[in-house]
Design a protein around this ligand. Structure first.
Ligand code: PMT
Length: 214
């Protein structure tokens, strides 16, 4: 199968040296890419700015900065994709204006006006056809209600519900505690696992769903 995986944060620039972003390190997405490649699948990995080496296995890597860059890269590679896995922590908002040169402190407005970024999954859903779409839901507190809402709102086959308020789960750690919720009725709360183990569970679910191993 052909996997398209997004990873990491996006950066939304205020000026060339300042940006809005989040704590994603890319570890969860790189683990999914590595697990899919190790299982013999073809993998394209679209990643925001992270400090990680590309995992082995012939993974094609595309580096992007902003949410709009990520959307464009995913749209380019979607036609040659069977399974999309969106682990990226995409910034929902960007500054309305990006300065071309570093802003002087004295000249900066203390209020930054924002405008919404595109919802990448919802946009790609328009071209979904027979593809399998997997999203993540990062929530502080019980992630299940929001995960169920996002599963439907974003037209997903599977959502990985992630309580990111725990110190051993979510952003910038090597472990994750997630629940897999599928549009097909899948409900699988997983114990605390390494991100590699979580990634293997996601790849296995996709293989079963599509009825193929490679
Ligand atoms: O990178 P790590 O440090 O390993 O951390 C992993 C992680 C915590 C980032 C990852 O496990 C995770 O939970 N990723 C999803 C983060 C997120 O943005 O969740 P969300 O609930 O805001 O978004 C729901 C889904 O919509 C996600 O699949 C997201 O990729 C997607 N999305 C979000 C916003 C947007 N504008 N477009 C999108 O497609």
């Amino acid at each position: 199968m052909r996997f398209l995986v997004s990873a990491g944060p996006t950066r939304e620039h205020i000026d060339p040296v300042r940006f809005l972003s989040n704590r994603s390190t890319g570890r969860m997405g790189f683990a999914v890419a590595a697990a899919a490649a190790a299982a013999g699948h073809t993998v394209t990995l679209v990643t925001g700015p992270v400090a990680l080496e590309t995992p082995p296995g012939g993974i094609r890597r595309v580096d992007v900065i902003s949410a709009r860059d990520m959307l464009a890269a995913l749209q380019e590679h979607l036609p040659e994709t069977d399974v999309l896995v969106m682990t990226a922590a995409v910034a929902d908002w960007r500054p309305r204006h990006t300065a071309g040169a570093k802003l002087k402190k004295a000249a900066m407005n203390p209020v930054i006006e924002l405008e919404p970024n595109p919802d990448i999954l919802a946009t790609l859903a328009q071209a979904k056809a027979g593809r399998t779409f997997v999203g993540f839901a990062a929530e502080t507190g019980d992630p299940l209600p929001e995960a169920r809402r996002k599963l439907i709102a974003k037209g997903l086959d599977l959502i990985v519900a992630n309580d990111v308020s725990r110190s051993d789960s979510g952003f910038a750690v090597d472990t994750n505690r997630v629940t897999l919720i599928g549009a097909d009725g899948t409900f699988a709360p997983l114990p605390l696992l390494t991100k590699h183990e979580v990634a293997c569970e996601i790849v296995k679910w996709c293989e079963t769903r599509r009825g193929t191993q490679t």
